[in-house]
Design a protein around this ligand. Sequence first.
Ligand code: GLV
Length: 317
Amino acid sequence: MKVFITREISEKAIDLLKKEKFKVGIYKKDKPIPRKELIKKVKDADGIISLLTENFDKELINQISNCKIIANVAVGYDNIDTIYAKEKNIIVTNTPDVLTDSTADLTVALILACARRIPEGERMVRKRKFKGWKPKLLLGIELKDKTVGILGAGRIGTETAIRIKTFKTKIIYFDRERSDKLEKETDAEKVSLEDLLSKADIISVHLPLTKDTLHFLNKERLKLLKKSAILVNTSRGEIIDEQELIKILKKKKIFSAGFDVYENEPKINPALLKLNNVVLLPHIGSATEEARTGMALLAAKNVIEVLNGRKALTSVN
Ligand code: GLV
């Protein structure tokens, strides 16, 4: 059986695949595999381990007639046409749970970075512009007694809420479903989307990207945010209308925004780079040794299960 991996991942995962006597091919360069090369490499693969940087659309899926599984090394799978894959009897899997804690940690870091203007302070020191303690230097926002709005009460949203609750905040959330876990662990209150957007001091976005959530935070909804609000996004950039958010940030209609993801990743809108009231991270939500090893291992285990005729562990289609 042939397995192709679109980028170098944890050796531990590769070892697992090799123990199964699979023939493992890996794209070794430290950049996304060019489309043409990808098509060539996956043509006769029985299993594929892919990253969110590869777009498995109909055209690509039509080229992989041997393939039984695409194991995405990410919890999000908006880069794969899962419905078409199913039509072609290809199982698609993701990597939930193993990255939840790391992503929730980073979300809290992003909230604190925005609230306390940490990157602005860092830039000031590096530029040798720190001239001593000042009563009004980089005044931020204290978290105590603030209302945190969790948009999307799934695994990562819930773990973020549990962490941020310990800063003596009040949690409200919006989701289609009620979340018993979130309510039980943080006394969270389920509210309407409009209430969440207009009442929260801090809003953290944890929605998956689907056709229903594309530009979920559009111009009208972004207008509801408080002038003192902090908005952070560690899910997918396309969920927020970035152009509209930039307009709001330029006019200082909210306090700040923290980005780990962008609408046209890895391209960054140049207007963002000019703003001081933003914190910009390079999509590192799950970037810990623990999470990335766990993700690679889970993807490899999914491939092993499926290529041995068993059920995938974390199928999404
Ligand atoms: C990363 O963004 C992921 O979906 O795992």
